[in-house]
Ligand binder design. Structure first.
Ligand code: CMC
Length: 444
């Protein structure tokens, strides 16, 4: 028997099996040979929420959640945050290596010259209600781009994929900024291609009547670092959505829209918005212990805390905490910071959080910085979606080129009714058939 294998005995039949182990995993499909009879479907693994299932092999991002390690293509996040730029990091995430100077120049040029959006997109934006959430606008308009670029359907054409990549990374900040200006009833500000990626984004958001907008270099740099930290995070909910939708061979605009929709939820990219609302609700340092008590009693969650993978301090949260000081030098301190620090201090000393290994995640401090930079809370998930676009495209492309991948289609364990006959409406009893499945509500 090979050492790299799993010996399995099915006690129902007494039969034994040997399943190969490769890269620390068995293949779930190998379980299908484990049957009680010839017509048995075979054994499946049951894994709600993919708690212990690898859905792909990937070479993009490495996380060691116990040690708090995050690397893109082998480079530690701390080094990239200190030395790289978002566009350079996006190139790394997408193509596997840091670009040469010439490659970086060409890449930057290609992104910069795809920042303008079709005038009809503006009309489309105008149709949104004045108080539409910018994330809803972003999700819809990025999907709408699919109707403007029919060449995007050629997903197996490498040149087409490159073109859509430039367009998506180039246009996401423009869509996001237009959504913001729409919500304020302000005229849209067009891209300024002389500026950096984040400098131009700030220009499209905040330009007033000045002829040339000059971004504050500290805020421009801080936003760039935040974008680096958000570029990719392996198989999270939105990357999984990107891969799943992309696996049906939908075009990348529709797949990015699906990924952004997954990001919108408060348990994922919407958490930064939820953190700010939570800190406001707490209101003062003195009320922190009372709030923590409520969380422990199952009345809500401590937003910005906990992670499926990190069972240690999220390395991105550490970097963000450092940037906060630089930003506050320019903007003045956000008063919510004191509440956040107190919340972190109390939570990290509390048995409930220690036992469950709940530490601050990327969203705990990012919102406080965004707010100090004058972004309204509704824009926070949007600020996550812009840089994550490079990660989504990298995950999508890796999935497309992986010969083992097929359309994503999980199995289920069916627990519903067995076969039964149709009952005419006059003969049905009141209440019958109304007992649909209900989800038992867990505290918190
Ligand atoms: N506050 C209080 N209790 C928590 C929290 C929290 N933020 N997170 C987890 N728990 C408890 C949870 O109730 C459970 O307790 P018990 O064992 O008694 O039932 C235990 O910790 C394990 O939690 P889980 O829900 O099984 O963990 P998960 O891996 O399914 O969920 C999570 C991960 C991020 C969805 C969750 O920690 C959470 O909801 N956090 C708050 C939302 C948040 O900050 N999300 C941003 C994640 S980072 C950005 C991103 O990449 O999306």
């Amino acid at each position: 028997m090979s050492k790299d294998s799993l010996a399995l005995t099915d006690n129902r039949t007494g039969r034994s099996y040997e399943l190969p182990i490769q890269n620390g995993a068995i293949r779930a499909a190998d379980l299908r040979q484990v049957k009680v009879s010839e017509d048995d479907f075979g054994l499946m693994s049951y894994d709600p929420a993919f708690m212990n299932t690898a859905s792909c092999a990937s070479r993009i991002t490495f996380i060691d959640g116990d040690k708090g390690i995050l690397r893109y293509r082998g480079y530690p996040i701390e080094e990239l945050a200190e030395k790289s730029t978002y566009l350079e990091t996006a190139y790394l995430v997408l193509y596997g290596d840091l670009p040469t100077k010439a490659e970086l120049d060409e890449w930057t040029h290609n992104i910069t010259f795809h920042t303008i959006i079709h005038e009809n997109i503006k009309k489309f934006m105008d149709g949104f209600h004045y108080d539409a959430h910018p994330m809803g606008m972003l999700v819809s308009t990025v999907a709408a781009l699919s109707t403007f670029y029919s060449d995007a359907k050629h997903i197996f054409d490498v040149e087409s994929r490159k073109k859509q990549t430039y367009r998506l990374i180039g246009k996401m900040p423009t869509l996001a900024a237009f959504a913001y200006r729409h919500s304020l009833g302000m005229p849209y500000a067009y891209p300024d291609n002389d500026l950096s990626y984040t400098g131009n984004f700030l220009n499209m958001l905040f330009k007033m009547t000045e002829v040339k907008y000059k971004p504050n270099p500290i805020l421009e740099k801080a936003l760039d670092v935040l974008f680096i930290l958000h570029a990719d995070h392996e198989q999270n909910c939105s990357a999984n959505a990107m891969r799943a939708v992309g696996s049906s061979q939908a075009d990348p605009y529709c797949s990015v829209a699906a990924a952004a929709a997954a990001l919108y939820g408060p348990l994922h990219g919407g958490a930064n918005e939820a953190v700010l609302r939570m800190l406001k609700e707490i209101g003062s340092k003195a009320k922190v212990p009372e709030f923590v008590k409520k969380v422990k009693a199952g009345e809500g969650k401590l937003m910005g805390f906990g992670h499926r993978v990190y069972k240690n301090y999220d390395p991105r949260a550490k970097i963000i905490k450092r940037i906060a000081d630089e930003v506050f030098e320019v903007t003045g301190k956000n008063p919510l910071l004191d509440i956040a620090i107190e919340l972190e201090r109390i939570a990290l000393e509390d048995e409930y959080f220690i036992k469950r290994k709940l530490y601050p995640n990327v969203d705990f401090y990012s919102g406080i910085i965004y707010q100090a930079m004058a972004f309204p809370v509704e824009m926070f998930p949007v600020l996550f979606a812009i840089p994550r676009t490079s990660g989504w495209i990298a995950q999508w492309e890796e999935m497309l080129l992986d010969t083992e991948q097929k359309i994503a289609r999980p199995r289920q364990v069916y627990l519903g009714q067995d076969k039964r006959s149709y009952v005419a409406v006059e003969q049905r009893e009141a209440g019958a058939g109304k007992a649909g499945p209900t989800k038992p509500k867990k505290a918190a």
